[in-house]
Ligand binder design. Sequence first.
Ligand code: FES
Ligand SMILES: [Fe+2]
Length: 454
Amino acid sequence: MATALAGTGRPTISYREVLEKDTRPTPPLMREQTLDMELERIPASRYTSPEFFKREVEKVWFKTWQYVCREEHVPNVGDTHVYELLNKQVIVTRQADGSLKAMQNVCLHRGRKLVTQGGCKQQFRCPYHGLTWNIDGSFKENPFGWDFPQIDAKNFPLPEIRLETWAGFVFINFDKDAEPLLDQLAPMPEHFAHWRIEDCTMVAHVGKIVPANWKATCEAFIESHHVFTTHPQLNPTNGYESCQYDVLSDHVTRFMNPSGMTPTVYHEQLDEEQRIQRMFRTSGRMGDDKPMDPEPGMTARSYAGAVSRQLLENETGRDFQEACDADLVDGISYDFFPNFHLWGGLRDKICYRFRPVGLDPNQTFMEVMLFRIAPKDGPKPAPAAFNMLGPDDPWSSATELAFLASVYDQDQSNMGPVQEGLRALGDEGVIHFSQYMEVRCRHLHHMVDVYLNR
Ligand code: FES
Ligand SMILES: [Fe+2]
């Protein structure tokens, strides 16, 4: 990595120039920070080879921080969340002192998965022969202890796994020597404080198995390059040619994609009034039934900003008069290596988690969560129930995802064919990422290599 890059040669203005025209000053965190990286060709086998995947499992997946659940999923003592990653089984349990503990979810007798369903537990009793552990992981009892002279009941705890939290997100790491979560997450905590992440609540949670490698799946959500072809309905007001891509640290990258602009590649050029019409009536991004009364001279961005500012104030009872247009209308996507993606901004915070399924390099368990700033008064609402879609259920059957649901069907339509194509390329095949718009994809592979070479 070397010099600043910033999309040299793009056919339109930069994101910085977009922000300069907005109605309010923008926070310093939006400054450009992209770093250039080597333009390497990527072997297709990185997505398909079982051997490569096996190395990723050991060196990447078991060495990085993994988002498990929200603190609100386990509010009370004994509340337990069951989590799986590859072949690992984990429980996260609220302790008597209010802290959280992650433990291996495997009975130490003959290896049965100890807890099959989450919920509030008094103890963990194995359903096979009844060996029992306390919720803090210490051993409690064995109905046939007399026949296990080799087991020291005072020293037979469930193995503990590292757990750390940020803004209500609970993370674990199987690597006892990993850097602290907050060190690796930087600068996300600082940036997301601006977007009031601590006040957010999860309002939707949907998952589906996707027939593609985890990296191919992640890559579909870290560039807006594909919007032109994959999501044509978004073209009239999606300024992806001005999108800013930043590598913020080893583990954190982002894009900031302006709304309310028409790309030069779109077949029609629109004036501001037409853009306002399209933004509100066509894209679904702003809802369908908002008042159409922009003041003279308003741009699509400033009008969308004003409408969003008002909606957000109405929804939450909080003050957003200072919030800049970008905070309210742009697509601001961060990812934390390897698989946790969180959108900034003040409305519609999308969160993705991508996990390989079992030990198969060709499948990914993709989850979409939506977060919203909770109303100022009253208790925070409980997190949304999880909606697991079956193999034949389209994303559009998840109505809680609103206009995004059909966008994910469009994304998913690429997944299987991408994986099939990568398999067809075989051991000798390579793929090509673009210099700027796909810098996050290149960085993803760069970080995989960093971990594989450790
Ligand atoms: S396997 Fe758990 S008690 Fe026997
Ligand atoms: Fe997409």
